[in-house]
Ligand binder design. Structure first.
Ligand code: GLU
Length: 315
């Protein structure tokens, strides 16, 4: 079976205990399937990516024995591909320009009596679906209803959590593909690149699971294949929130082999791999690769091989 997996960090800072779990899970799954493993640097949100963070991540991965099978792609160099995909969606009327500011969306939601949680993403009420009414375009959005104006419900399968379903129209509404500040939205960039790189399997943190239906919908609209998905449990900080650089997560220390092995063992434990993995790592220059080889076997025991992905259908 051909398998291509990927780790797709946003290089906003170095690898920490949370992102290492996603990196290790995607690497183990690729190796357990005797597949290829790619790294994609998701630096579309350039202002949030400090210089050097990408090189730091690649160095950490290398020291942890996870070297990508191809030179990493950078989303900051892929604008032409996103523009082409967006053009196709606009031509099919699957996407449309939107003039609304956040304040206007909030006001429209209040008028419609739709409650929303503070700081949560707003469900776009579709104000600009029928035109801009003379206002200047800001963002571009995907239309999340079918040709008859009905809601779009996406059913999908997670290899860990099982069958999933989301009514994309109700849960998120027409979502942004190109932002008002001109930057490409994560949803569009990730879908275009996963297809361009021939990704068959997405293994990533559970915080991204609720993006999956939007990405599947975009894949259908663009006529792209749908990869399989496996979302792994998140590492939470002491405050119960996702561990992140913004909340002070420490960079993975890879200065010594012992430190690298400790970090790997901690990530493996989080992934439910038997603690015996890495309990008594071998010494010497092959210690990290020996540890990883054991971990691949343990991963194989834990996760059944992925079923073939569903066929391409255009929605
Ligand atoms: N770049 C995203 C992040 O770091 C992950 C994208 C993905 O795996 O789909 O949160």
């Amino acid at each position: 079976m051909s398998y291509i997996g990927r780790f797709a960090p946003s290089p906003t800072g170095p690898l920490h205990a949370g992102s290492l779990v996603a990196a290790l899970a995607s690497w183990l799954d690729a190796r357990a399937h005797r597949g290829r493993w790619l790294v994609r640097l998701e630096d579309v949100d350039t202002p949030r990516c400090p210089p050097g963070a990408d090189a730091h991540i690649l160095h950490q991965l290398d020291a942890l024995g996870m070297t990508p099978d191809e030179p990493p792609w950078r989303q900051s160099q892929r604008g032409h591909a996103y523009a082409k995909a967006l053009q196709g969606l606009l031509e099919h009327k699957d996407a449309y320009p939107c003039a609304c500011t956040r304040k206007e969306i909030e006001a429209a939601l209040a008028v419609a009596g739709w409650a929303h949680a503070a700081h949560a993403e707003l469900v776009y009420p579709g104000t600009c679906r029928r035109g801009l009414g003379g206002r200047a375009p800001r963002a571009v959005r995907l239309r999340t209803c079918d040709g008859h104006g009905r809601d779009i419900v996406v059913d999908w399968q997670d290899r860990h959590a099982g069958p999933q379903q989301q009514n994309v129209t109700r849960a998120v509404g027409d979502f942004v593909l190109r932002r008002a500040d001109g930057l490409w939205a994560y949803q569009l960039a990730v879908v275009v690149d996963d297809a361009a790189q021939g990704i068959t399997d997405i293994v990533r943190g559970a915080d991204l699971a609720d993006n999956t239906p939007r990405q599947i919908l975009l894949q259908r609209r663009l006529g792209l294949p749908a990869p399989r998905h496996l979302h792994v449990p998140l590492v939470l900080g002491q405050d119960g929130r996702k561990l992140s650089k913004q909340h002070g997560a420490a960079a993975i220390d890879v200065r010594t082999q012992d430190a690298a092995l400790r970090a790997l063992a901690q990530a493996a434990t989080h992934l439910g791999l038997p603690v015996t993995v890495g309990a008594r790592p071998s010494a010497g220059p092959t210690a990290v690769s020996d540890w990883l080889a054991q971990a691949v076997e343990a991963w194989r025991e834990l996760h059944r091989p992925a079923e073939p992905p569903p066929a391409v259908t255009r929605a």
